[in-house]
Design a protein. Structure first.
Length: 396
């Protein structure tokens, strides 16, 4: 065995031996469903334990609390977490979006102030981009940040703020100059949530769960040094943030962001459910669709490796990173919908029904899958990005 094989065996053993006990409450599927203190405390403790074992932020600089290892070590850890289906880590926005952004363009003071708290889950982060009245038009943001001496005064509202009830900081896009064109008048802030005048209101989802909040700013005063970059650079920084969120740029700290069922789970479901008195997996049409899902899933898994080989993507080098979010979120949505279809009349049963397949997890997963087709830019927005930036199609 070589060094990486030894490390892989070490990681597998650690997660096998340190997996947290099953809780007596329903675990959320992702950070977007964390809605109770019990869920949050359980997942936060789990993230801290992984970090203290050295398996989170492995490729981030030692000076800021990271491990200073090669990225391949974190990749191995991530893959093992998926393989063993251990609980996800909750600080997704900090680990995958805010943290990489701060490391990429933040000041030394910002790196020292924020990075370790992101890794050990002391500081939970949320995102303040979407607004109630602006839909997917991020450049139309109307939340105001008005300079007043050594502070900015915030007024407005943001929506779909995942983990807003638990967050200590928010990556915030706000308008500092309404006289400037819509892109030029925006600025980017690392805003403290525990500020008088900042309030969150939980939003109940289709599943009955929470996790999203609406955030209100009413004359909230934040220090001027919360501004990232310079005034008017908010759009540029927000677009960089979205490349991390959509997986188009690397540098994330690691860990898993969700614990949702996958293709292999659907295959097992097909062995259990029945069509015309026989296991559904014996139906040729079902088998054909399952194979298509397997091919699609494997293709997505190999995309990162393919994207690193210029000869395989030289004609459209941005096709893989810019399409990743669209591909994976739509795949999850269709897969869970197919899983419900396998259940026949039982598809109408919900979580808690004694006769529901696997406790109704597929129905829950299907409704939760809508979140990923909206967050980080809707599927329609992602399709436009691919059309314009990859295929070169005109906007009109």
């Amino acid at each position: 065995m070589n060094e990486l094989d030894d490390f892989r065996a070490e990681v597998a053993a650690w997660f096998r031996d340190n997996r947290p006990p099953e809780p007596d409450f329903l675990l959320p599927e992702s950070f977007m469903e964390v809605g109770t203190d019990a869920q949050f405390d359980y997942l936060r403790s789990w993230q801290r334990k992984i970090y203290e074992a050295g398996y989170l932020g492995m490729a981030w600089p030692v000076a800021y609390g990271g491990g200073g290892h090669a990225q391949i070590h974190q990749d191995i850890v991530n893959a093992e977490m998926v393989r063993q289906k251990v609980p996800f880590v909750p600080n997704t926005i900090g680990l995958n979006w805010a943290g990489p952004l701060i490391l990429a363009i933040g000041t030394e003071a910002e790196k020292q102030r924020y990075i370790k708290g992101i890794l050990n889950a002391d500081d939970i982060w949320c995102q303040g981009f979407s607004e109630p009245d602006q839909g997917s038009d991020l450049a139309a943001s109307q939340t105001r940040a008005t300079r007043d001496g050594e502070h900015y005064i915030l007024n407005g509202a943001k929506i779909w703020t995942s983990l807003g009830s638990y967050a200590k900081y928010m990556i915030l896009l706000a308008r500092t100059n309404p006289a400037e064109p819509r892109y030029g008048g925006l600025s980017f802030f690392l805003a403290p949530m525990r500020t008088p005048g900042i309030e969150t209101q939980p939003i109940r989802k289709l599943t009955g769960e929470y996790g999203f909040t609406q955030t209100f700013f009413r004359d909230a005063r934040i220090p001027a040094d919360c501004l990232m970059g310079r005034e008017g650079e908010g759009w540029k920084i927000a677009m960089m943030t979205l490349t991390f969120e959509r997986g188009a740029s690397g540098g994330q700290a690691g860990g898993t962001a969700r614990l949702a069922p996958g293709v292999v789970d659907v295959i097992e479901l097909a062995r259990t459910t029945r069509r015309d008195g026989r296991p559904a997996i014996e139906d040729p049409l079902m088998r054909d669709q399952l194979v298509r899902f397997l091919i699609e899933d494997q293709g997505d898994r190999l995309c990162a490796a393919r994207g690193a080989i210029p000869a395989l993507c030289h004609e459209r080098p941005q096709a893989i990173p810019l399409s990743q979010k669209l591909r994976t979120s739509e795949h999850r949505h269709r897969l869970t919908q197919f899983a419900i279809g396998l259940q026949g009349a039982n598809a109408a049963r919900w979580v808690g029904d004694a006769n529901a397949f696997e406790g109704g997890k597929w129905q829950r997963a299907y409704l939760n899958s809508f979140s990923s087709t909206i967050g980080g830019g809707t599927s329609q927005i992602q399709a436009n990005i691919v059309a314009e930036r990859v295929l070169g199609l005109p906007k009109d």
